[in-house]
Ligand binder design. Sequence first.
Ligand code: CTP
Length: 400
Amino acid sequence: MELKNKNIILGVSGCIAVHKSLDVASQLVKQGASVHVVMTSNATRMVLPMQFQVISRNPVLLDLYDSKDDWQPPHISLADLADLLVVAPATANIVGKIANGIADDALSTVAISVHCPILLAPAMNSHMYQNIFVEKNLQKLRENNIGLIEPASGLLACGHEGVGRLEEVGVILERIANVLVIKRDLVGKTVIVTAGPTREYIDPIRFITNRSSGRMGYAIAETAKARGANVILISGKTHLSPPVDVEFLQVETTTEMRKAILDNFDSADVVIMSAAVSDYRPSEYSSVKIKKVEQKMTISLSRNVDILSDLGDRKGPDQILVGFAAETTDILQNAQQKLVGKNLDLIIANDVSAEGAGFDVDTNIVSVLDSGGQCDQFPLMSKHDVADQILNRIVQLFQK
Ligand code: CTP
């Protein structure tokens, strides 16, 4: 009964995969949750509201105007009691409405009324999923801390093969549990997380950077905060909003990032370097805009300090240092070398060229290596789930 006393609004929009949400509702009830289903009118053409009503043991909300007994509008009373809103399946239409604050039916109105976390599990034809406007809406949701249970790939109901299948019920339930069943095992610990790319300026308007979106680091910061840590997030420029209640330090260059870390290092129990730090910076900085004069131009680069190696040299006996190894070849060997060479306790190796891993995606495929020789290889999972796994390993190290 791990979800006892949890109030979950299950939003259901009209998609052929709606039968899976009957199963989601049933499993949530079995785990002790109080489930309140809100259906769009298209969803009611796929399954009967009565099915959800019997399974959830609660009335199903279809319309904002059919409440007779309650003085309060139903979307407000529901929104006020919710611990989580999960929309599964979420069609392109409901994704678009939630991303743009449109409230023209019961579900979209509930979505802008809740003050709890929101998880959406999109499901649609692969061309619709890859449509530029749908992509922009999904991106907007990610940037505003709305959790996405990314659809799986396979044979779709429309006969196409591709991405767009509603994730399996087990995966949806796991993501719900991750949001609601929070371990508070990092209370009293200070965790520094670095995220995003650094910028190395050539002149006032040009810089060298990389493709890091910052999502992995932000997911770690958010998860560590939820597990009770005091979190300092030191981030290069990204499009993401910092998680609530973390101390947020915005930096641009490697030098600024290093200074922000060193200013806080003594009070830190853990440092997780997920930032993509530039190894080089232009040897000379021009304080005025460089004009185009010659046909060819060469920029000379100088090595930056390796922040993590530097921290490895300074590390106290009770501090835990975690690095990332972004690799494209010999993943585990290269990660192992960095683990030893930088005096780390853990390193997270990822093949940034693999599909679903690396830059600008919400998922990652990682292996976690520790200094004692343990190596855990994980399948494709959301960056929030990867964050949880990394923090589980850190908690184990504290227990040793
Ligand atoms: N890192 C750092 N300072 C740098 C470069 C990297 O602190 N100047 C950190 C990264 O944040 C990451 C780890 O070191 O946690 C490994 O970074 P990565 O780019 O994978 O490898 P490098 O050590 O830079 O080696 P190479 O680029 O040769 O693979």
